[in-house]
Design a binder for this molecule. Sequence first.
Ligand code: BGC
Length: 446
Amino acid sequence: MTLNAMKTLERDLRLSRRELESIVKSFHQEMKKGLTGSSGSLKMIPTYVDRPTGSEKGRYLALDLGGTNFRILSLTLKGRGIPSDKRVMKFALRKRDISTTGKRLFKFLAGSIKKFIKEKKIDLSGSIDLGFTFSFPVKTTGPASGTLIVWTKGFSASGVEGRDVVALLERAIADEKIDNISVVALANDTVGTLVARSYDDKDCDVGVIIGTGTNACYVEDLRNIRKMKNLRRQPGTMIINIEWGNFNRLKATRYDRQLDGESINPGAQILEKMVSGMYLGELCRLIAVDLISEKILFGGRACGNFNKNMAFSGEFVSQVLADRSRGLSGIISLLRRLGVKDPGTEDGKTIRKICSLLAVRAARISAAAIFAVITRIDPDIKKRHIVAIDGSVYEKLPGFAENIKSAVSELSGVRTGKIRISLTKDGSGYGAAIIAAVSSAEGDTK
Ligand code: BGC
């Protein structure tokens, strides 16, 4: 391992406590801009959803679109506690499903609903309400309507940006001749996660996803959402979808700039491109390619897969960091599978170092963002805050959750005991059912 090159990399990727504090400060400024409606990198989208009371009941369907799988759920809410009678089906999304036309994508969703109803024997004799988790930046226009602002996470289906995604779903459901399903709620996965957790725990006021993409939401006072002029003087709260993946006031390396320039959405989702599972592997690959060209890695021999875009996945980063063996046998065999000829222990160490620097940076950026959200709600951290968090990176990347927690403690000092960051699995789908219940109840009282 050539010391100088690695030292430079380390210097560029490390974030000191002071740098984290400066991220928190600029995050606060961007949040404020987003709430007033002036342009900035945080969209701060009002969701028309508040936390549930915990007494919501009934049978619901939920759809969850936004990661590597599309999921359909049916469940019965009992008023607090774990829902019963949960039936779930997962459908893997192939590249061609997400980069086709919007019409085909929504036809695929409706076709999957049809399969689900048949295979899971869902009774549609009375009508059933459905919550739709659609995890992309959506300009919400009401509890069950919103237009897609822009695709993220490599999705590119044509003719969807600028359109109401609930209307597209309803049309596709009608085309499949599925009767008796009404789409009553549209939610983001972060909102589903927050809602699912707060169904049981009133202290939960932040929802975070760190998976294929990344984002967060939190509970804001209506009077602070200045851009919603009609709500300004009303008491109460509403969940705000921050869309933090687009935060851009971060120190970027030339690899970050290269990745951004070669992506399908240059200039957008800068934080997401440093943090989320979709990009961590690619960043590692770009650094590796550079080190190969400087003859620091693999004896300077270019090798098949390291030259292919996106060939080093986020899962590989997890596999690399999970290898605790002395001889790095897991990493070496992964490198062989990727077409590297005779990788040595030094190569393994270099790859491990790159993955570890990238993973620690991602965790520290996430921690600064989480801390910024908590201190936006409660600047002196007087109350307890539960941060409901989910996503493959948070759950599976070795050391990631611990690194977030320790950076949050670094920032919060003695107040750290008030903050709990807690894994909330599958809340994105389950939360959509709860939001559907809230929305149906509101519909009934109107
Ligand atoms: C999307 C968000 C979503 C996040 C996590 C981002 O790419 O813009 O809406 O919440 O991914 O799935």
